[in-house]
Unconditional design. Structure first.
Length: 326
């Protein structure tokens, strides 16, 4: 094995705190697998870790989604062997690396016909979409769903997935070009208006009903629009902080908005067991294989250019998924 290396940060801050470090990944222990990374996905949670919004013990690795090839297995590992292609979402960051050692329980086999790059681009985001549409509250045919950041990594999966489930999809994106992408992905209505105008437009499109389900990964900037657009007894799922965390919410606000429900989930709570992980990945990879989902890798960066990738993501200059190639 020649010169394995990884990205770490020793202090929180902007992309400039990221640095390259050589390391010895070692040999996997009991129940563990070592994977040679083919590609690592870039997600907003990575920027939250780097900036300190989600604190980690320092120094720390970074990255929570990757795919690659098994190159060593430890004792007591069943179901995995060298040469197999695998993917993972990992709770302890460290996928921005040439090699990763992790528990076999965190891995899934990548089906034939799905490349490592696609698996790296979609595993965490796809499991998030599965959680949002099928677990937080299963979207029912005919229900109206508002998808924020509809051309982003998660949003670009939510739009066709919700359509396949029979939902009426209202997509919102930050530019007319991104709104066009969401429309092409299957959105019934695709908007690029300001957040100040969004709730009124949703209410007009729905004849005053509003959205039964709002999927909001933007956070602070979109909260008022989400609350204004939600239907009576609807559900707002706040699952990200791209613009900063949502400010404190008084329960009375939810009552005044129409007895609405609010949840702030994390995908890791919905994939705690190998069985839950397998269920989500089976659904995700099945929808990719049958053509329901088309995974767009909008940006590819060398792993050494990770700071540029983070800047592009945080400035909303990306479309689809972003991956890093070691």
């Amino acid at each position: 094995m020649s010169d394995p290396w990884r990205i770490i940060f020793r202090t929180t801050g902007g992309p400039e705190v990221l640095e390259r470090e050589t390391f010895d990944p070692g040999f996997p222990g009991p129940g563990q697998v070592r994977v040679k990374v083919s590609a690592s996905g870039v997600n907003f949670i990575d920027t939250y870790h780097r900036a300190g919004l989600y604190p980690l013990p320092l120094p720390s690795g970074l990255g929570t989604e990757f795919a690659g090839m098994v190159d060593a297995v430890g004792p007591d590992v069943r179901g995995f062997s060298p040469g197999q292609h695998v993917a993972a979402r990992i709770k302890r960051p460290g996928s921005y690396a040439t090699h990763v050692i992790l528990s076999a329980d965190e891995l899934v086999r990548v089906p034939a016909g799905i490349s490592d790059e696609v698996a790296a681009a979609v595993t965490l985001k796809g499991l998030t979409a599965w959680m949002l549409l099928e677990k937080c509250r299963k979207l029912e045919p005919g229900q109206i769903v508002l998808v924020h950041s509809a051309a982003g990594g998660v949003g670009s999966l939510l739009v066709p997935w919700a359509k396949a489930m029979g939902g009426v999809v209202i997509a919102h994106a930050g530019s007319a070009e991104k709104a066009d992408r969401a429309r092409a992905a299957g959105a019934d209505h695709s908007l690029s208006c300001s957040f100040d105008d969004l709730a009124a437009k949703v209410c007009k499109l729905t004849g005053g009903h509003g959205a039964d389900l709002v999927l909001d990964g933007v956070g602070a900037a979109s909260w008022a629009a989400s609350l204004g657009a939600i239907a009576r007894r609807g559900l707002i799922v706040s699952y990200g902080n791209a613009s900063g965390p949502v400010p404190p919410v008084a329960p009375l606000e939810l009552s005044r908005a129409g007895s609405v429900f609010l949840t702030r989930p994390t995908m890791f709570d919905y994939t705690r067991t190998p069985e839950e992980l397998a269920e989500g990945c089976s659904r995700l990879f099945g929808l990719i294989t049958d053509g329901t989902l088309s995974v767009e890798i909008g940006q590819r960066y060398p792993l050494a250019d990770v700071a540029h990738a983070h800047r592009a993501l945080e400035s909303r200059k990306t479309v689809g998924s972003t991956i890093l190639i070691p």
